[in-house]
Each structure stands twice: as structure tokens, then as C-alpha cells.
Write a protein that binds this ligand. Structure first.
Ligand code: SF4
Ligand code: SF4
Length: 682
């Protein structure tokens, strides 16, 4: 089809495109490689299979929150795959006349049909995104409009130029007609218009070249644009770490020279890959309670600005010129951004390419707290109180067990063989509403005949807030003491009423065992065998086993607020709903944002202990959802969520809407004396 001279020109175009394509890829590879080591190479087969299934089935974009957009993305994704395959054909056709990738087979016919179908779907998908991005203009799409415009134009031109070529190819070689319904129709129109064979032959070649130039131009542009996510996003899914949203990265305080993330060289290679994988879809921003409440934080912009910084400083990063790099706060990220994250994990849950935002935000907090001593002023009291009295309020140890007054709760020192340790937590010990939950849960345990004890004055803070507020030193100190305490009393099973303590013991302490030398080997070995339960899952288990009986219809209809560290981070979503359905005899009234999509109460990430002075109050926004649900009462399973919701409903003059922990509701139900009825699903 091509003359020798044309073949040489075409070969040079291919080489030029390869250079333009591979150079930025190599630069990005160098950026990724310069990050700190992080082991994400285990179970590679499983990783690749997961990524392939997620990407090929487009489970990454077909998510509830943007279903229509997801379908349009699917159209473009499969359109691109089909056209990529056709480009291989088109390229080889330049060197080998009459080449057809699938030959004159049924598969070849089917492929010709697919190409035309996806030409239509791609054009439709691109039109959808043009309207969405440039007419509707949601905030989520505010970045890099020129890049988008260029890519949309390129996609349209590539598709149209292919149809131009296909029409003249069929008109020129009618025997090449297969099931390409568009090409055939246009070819018939060309024939009907009476165009001369020479004119048709000329356009056959012109259209071939035009399509080739557009396709190769597009390929050369992609790695310079955000559409590089086609490759980096897929890799990012391969190297994901399931459940990482619930764990802060541990710091080796003995060996590290830098604590947390101060400069770009402090990121791990996976952090760098995250930044290069962001497709700027803004799903994380839409889901973020901080962004929605007008705080200066957008998880998307954390990644976007990080990527810009990495690319701008790629030479310094590659050459490890640490002194030439600016501190990320305030050069790239503001204090307002890093101190308004509740670590709720909504961003990570919705991200199609599984980017890990929380690691970066907490890493930046760590460097601010541990190296610069910079943090919101009100945290001075929090850190001081937690250091001296092992609780955020600074109340004495002696008062830790005051909540047990009138109950027969044993101390573990008097009952060292207890099967369960009830870890009451700071809120359960000192907060008035928290104490009610502790009393209710202890009452239920007694009724079910559970052999348990508490630490009383020996209990300490688990360290969750300290860790998420960047004070890893305080967290590790507390954790080492608590692990020793568990070893001292040979604790076998732990019950908590707080999702934060539950998450910390279950997911974060195990990570410390190889990191903190202060923990004795014996204590480490002992801790590994401890089982941890949140009270909701434990009560669910007791009822299912018939050890505890609750009364149905003892309370009115309820809605339920999913605490982030119970639901999204730890997957305890059905248990509380089943308990509540058993209590009311009807399904839970769901809030607008529920289950994995729950909206944070505003207290997570240690923000319980800071002033929410910017934007709207997050707990007010969640209370609005409760009010809109029309439910007369809201249940929850976290003492912090309970306080936040109760305060917000009070601020809104809706004190008539009761806020109660599930344990309190269960005790009230039992004490009301109404006859039992079967529980739904249990
Ligand atoms: S963890 Fe929550 S608050 Fe923090 S950036 Fe993500 S969505 Fe926003
Ligand atoms: S971080 Fe993920 S969800 Fe957020 S804009 Fe980037 S790709 Fe989209």
C-alpha cells in the first residue's frame, strides 16, 4: 500500500512516537523508584488478577455514586481498546498491503462490526463528557480543562478519521466490506455520488495517513497528560493494600532521621505512584466531608498538587537533592488542608484507582508534630493530658472505674482468669454519655453470663487520636504500655465499645510488634493471640447464639449512623442493622449516606479534640440527614459519633430526636419487659 519512501517516513513516525511516549514514562518511573521502599510485591499473581478483573470489568468506575458517568467511561474504555487493536491492524497494513488482523474469518467479521459499534459509543461517551465538563462544570472536574479539551478533540478526530478511512477503503476495495455497517453505508454514498476511481484511491491513501498521524499524535500526547492514568492507574490497582485506610503507616522512631513526610523525598514509591495515577475524576472530593463542609481540604487537590510538585522537581528527586527541595507544608500543602481531615476514608473508598490519601495527610501531620512542633493550639491540652493522665480530658486514673458504681463489675487484678477483658476506653470511662454505654454493655454482658473484667485505674488511652494527629511517639509509647499490660494479665479476648479502640487493637497494634523495641518478645508473642471484638459484633453473636434475648418493638423506628471506623474501615455494616431490626421489628431507615458511603460525624482523625472553626460543621451536615430521614431516633455504635450527633441535633433545636448507642437501646428494650419476638435475619 505504501511506497518505499512512505514506509521509511512511517517508520520514522513510529520511532518518534515511541520516543515521545517512552521519555515521560521513564521520567515518571524514576520518580516512583526514588521513593522509600514499601513491600507491595507479595502475592503478585493475585494482585494482577484482581487488577485485571477490576479494570476489564470496569468495576473501578461502575460505582453507585456516578453510575451514568461510569457507563460512559466504559464506552470510551472499550472504544479505546477496540481502536487500539485496529491501530495495530492499520499500522501493519501500511507495511503489508491487504493485511487484516483477524483474516477473512468470522472473528474478523465480528471485529469489523465491533469497531463501528464502538465508534458510535465512543463519540456518544465523549459528547457526554464534553457536556458534563464544559457545560455543567461540576467542581470535581475543575482541574486541567485544556488537557481534557485536547483529549476529547483527539478522540473525536481519531474516530471520525477512522470512519473516513473505512468508507474510502470499502469504496476502493468493495471486497473488503464486512459487517462494518457505518463504513458500508458511507461507501455506498460515495459510490452513489459517482466519485471517480482515482479520487476514491487518493482519498483512501489520504484518509489512511490522516488517521495514522492523528493516532500516533494521540499516543505521543497521552503520557504528557492526565490520561496517563490508563497505565499508572492500572498499576496502582495492582499494588493496592486492602484495608490500608484503617492503618497509619508505622514509623521507626529509633532508626528514622526524618519523621513522617516533610519533603518529596520522604514519600514511599507507592505514594509517588498514587500521585501519578490520579485521573482527576474528583470522586474523592465529592465524597469528602471536609470539602463538602467548605474546609480548605480536597483529597483530589492533595494528589494533584503532589503530582505537580513531583514532576516539577523530578531532577532533584532523582538525584536525591534533599536540601534543594522545599518543605511540602506550606510550599505544596497548607496547614488548613492537613488539619481538617477526619481520616474517614470516604475518599479512598470511592477512588477508582485505589489511591491512598490518608497516608499522605497523616504523614504530613507527623512531620509537623514530631519535627516542627506545629499543630493547632488546642491540641496542646490534648497531648499534655494524654501524656500525663492517659486520657484527653486529663482526669485522674483513679476515676476510670467510677462508671461501675452500682454494678458488680470485677477488676482484672481481682479476677485474672476472666475470659474477656472489657476495654472501656477514655470516652466510656470519663464522658457522661460514654459511661451510659459502658454501663449498658456491662449489664448486657452480665445478663448473658459472660465472664469479664476491666482494668479500672490501670487502663490507659489506646492512642488512636494521638496517632492520627501525627504524634506517633505518643501513640507508640501508649501502645507499648498497653501491650505490656495485656501480657501482664494474660488477656485472651478484648471487648470494646469504641470503634477507634477496636480498630487500633485489631489492626494497628499488630503492625507495631516488629517496630517498637520497647515491647518485650514475650508480650509480642502474647498479643498475637488476642482476639478483639467491637460490642456490636459481640452482642450480635450473643443474640444469634441465644445467650442474650432482646425484646422486639420495644423502641420506635430507628435510623442508624455508621461510624467510619466500624463500617467503612472494618466492614461491620450488617450486624448493627440486624440488631436494630430485631429491636424495632422493622428495617432500619437508611440515611442519605449510609453503609460504606456513610458521612463522617466530624470527630475522626483526632478532630474531636480540635476546634472546627472553618466552614460548616460536619456534625450539623450529618444531623441534617438524620432530620431528613424522618426517624424519631438515631442509633449509633461509637461514643464520639454519639456526642457529635447529639450536640448537632441540639444546636438545630431537634433535641426530640434521640441519639442512642445500640447497647443502651438493647438494655432499655430488655428492661421494658415487653415479650420477645423473633429477630429478623439473626
Ligand atoms: S479521609 Fe475523609 S476527610 Fe480525609 S480527605 Fe478523605 S474523605 Fe476527606
Ligand atoms: S484521587 Fe482517585 S477519586 Fe480522587 S480525583 Fe484522583 S482518581 Fe479520582
Amino acid at each position: 500500500m505504501l511506497s518505499l519512501a512512505e514506509k521509511i517516513i512511517f517508520a520514522l513516525i513510529i520511532l518518534g512516537t515511541a520516543a515521545l511516549f517512552l521519555t515521560p514514562l521513564y521520567q515518571r518511573f524514576q520518580i516512583v523508584r526514588s521513593g522509600h521502599p514499601e513491600n507491595r510485591f507479595d502475592r503478585m499473581g493475585k494482585r494482577v488478577l484482581h487488577a485485571l478483573s477490576k479494570i476489564l470489568l470496569q468495576r473501578c468506575t461502575l460505582k453507585n455514586e456516578r453510575l451514568l458517568t461510569g457507563f460512559m467511561h466504559v464506552a470510551i474504555f472499550y472504544g479505546a481498546l477496540t481502536f487500539d487493536t485496529m491501530t495495530i491492524n492499520h499500522t501493519l497494513e501500511g507495511f503489508f498491503p491487504d493485511f487484516y488482523l483477524f483474516g477473512k474469518t468470522g472473528l474478523g467479521d465480528f471485529f469489523s462490526l465491533l469497531v463501528d459499534i464502538f465508534a458510535v459509543l465512543t463519540l456518544g461517551g465523549v459528547l457526554f463528557f464534553i457536556i458534563k465538563r464544559f457545560v455543567i462544570r461540576p467542581k470535581a472536574y475543575a482541574t486541567t480543562p485544556l488537557d481534557s479539551a485536547f483529549i476529547y478533540t483527539a478522540l473525536i478526530l481519531v474516530t471520525l478519521s477512522y470512519l473516513y478511512f473505512e468508507a474510502f477503503a470499502i469504496a476502493h476495495h468493495p471486497e473488503s466490506m464486512r459487517l462494518s455497517f457505518l463504513g458500508s453505508s458511507f461507501a455506498r454514498a460515495i459510490q452513489a455520488a459517482g466519485m471517480s476511481p482515482a479520487f476514491v484511491a487518493a482519498h483512501f491513501k489520504i484518509s489512511w495517513w490522516l488517521h495514522i498521524l492523528l493516532v500516533f499524535g494521540f499516543i505521543a500526547y497521552v503520557p504528557h497528560s492526565k490520561y496517563l492514568h490508563m497505565f499508572t492507574g492500572s498499576l496502582n490497582v495492582v499494588f493496592r493494600a486492602p484495608g490500608v485506610s484503617r492503618m497509619v503507616r508505622g514509623l521507626d522512631l529509633e532508626k528514622s532521621e526524618v519523621f513522617g513526610i516533610e519533603k518529596a523525598l520522604d514519600f514511599s514509591w507507592k505514594d509517588n505512584l498514587d500521585a501519578l495515577a490520579c485521573m482527576e475524576c474528583g470522586r474523592c472530593q465529592d465524597a469528602c466531608p471536609a470539602f463538602q463542609s467548605d474546609k480548605p481540604l480536597s483529597p483530589k487537590m492533595i494528589l494533584f498538587n503532589m503530582e505537580r510538585h513531583l514532576l516539577k522537581n523530578k531532577k532533584r528527586i532523582k538525584n536525591k537533592k534533599r536540601d534543594d527541595l522545599p518543605a511540602l507544608v506550606p510550599a505544596v500543602h497548607t496547614e488548613g488542608e492537613i488539619w481538617t481531615c477526619t481520616t474517614c476514608g470516604a475518599c479512598m473508598h470511592v477512588c477508582p484507582v485505589e489511591i491512598e490519601h490518608i497516608q499522605k495527610i497523616v504523614g504530613l501531620r507527623q512531620s509537623q508534630v514530631l519535627m516542627e512542633s506545629k499543630f493547632p493550639a488546642e491540641l496542646n491540652a490534648f497531648f499534655r493530658n494524654t501524656e500525663t493522665n492517659s486520657n484527653p480530658w486529663g482526669i485522674g486514673f483513679a476515676k476510670r472505674a467510677d462508671w461501675t458504681e452500682g454494678l458488680e463489675v470485677k477488676l482484672i487484678q481481682d479476677h485474672p482468669d476472666a475470659e474477656y477483658l472489657f476495654w472501656v476506653g477514655c470516652a466510656g470511662s470519663y464522658d457522661e454519655e460514654g459511661k451510659k454505654i459502658a454501663r449498658a454493655f456491662a449489664t448486657l454482658l452480665e445478663k448473658a453470663g459472660i465472664d469479664f473484667a476491666i482494668l479500672g485505674a490501670e487502663e490507659k488511652c489506646c492512642g488512636d487520636s494521638a496517632r492520627r494527629l501525627g504524634n506517633e511517639y505518643l501513640f507508640q509509647t501508649l501502645a507499648a504500655e498497653v501491650i505490656e499490660l495485656f501480657s501482664q494479665y494474660k488477656v485472651k479476648k478484648i471487648l470494646t465499645i469504641c470503634p477507634h479502640g477496636f480498630n487500633t487493637f485489631k489492626n494497628e497494634y499488630p503492625q507495631l510488634l516488629d517496630l517498637v523495641p520497647a515491647i518485650r518478645d514475650q508480650a509480642k508473642a502474647h498479643f498475637k493471640a488476642i482476639a478483639v471484638y467491637h460490642h456490636v459484633e459481640f452482642l450480635h453473636k450473643l443474640i444469634r447464639e441465644g445467650r442474650l434475648k432482646i425484646e422486639s418493638q420495644a423502641v420506635e423506628a430507628l435510623t442508624y449512623h455508621d461510624p467510619c471506623y466500624l463500617g467503612r474501615h472494618n466492614g461491620l455494616l450488617d450486624e448493627p442493622r440486624e440488631l436494630l431490626a430485631g429491636l424495632t421489628g422493622q428495617k432500619v431507615i437508611e440515611l442519605k449516606n449510609s453503609r460504606e458511603h456513610s458521612f463522617c460525624c466530624g470527630a475522626g482523625g483526632g478532630l474531636m479534640w480540635t476546634e472546627e472553626s472553618l466552614g460548616k460543621r460536619i456534625n450539623h451536615m450529618r444531623a441534617e440527614e438524620v432530620i431528613q430521614s424522618g426517624a424519631p431516633a438515631v442509633a449509633t455504635a461509637c461514643p464520639f459519633c454519639l456526642t457529635m450527633l447529639r450536640d448537632a441535633l441540639k444546636d438545630k433545636g431537634k433535641e426530640n430526636i434521640k441519639v442512642k448507642d445500640i447497647a443502651v437501646l438493647l438494655v432499655e428494650s430488655i428492661e421494658s419487659g415487653i415479650k420477645p419476638s423473633p429477630l429478623a435475619k439473626l
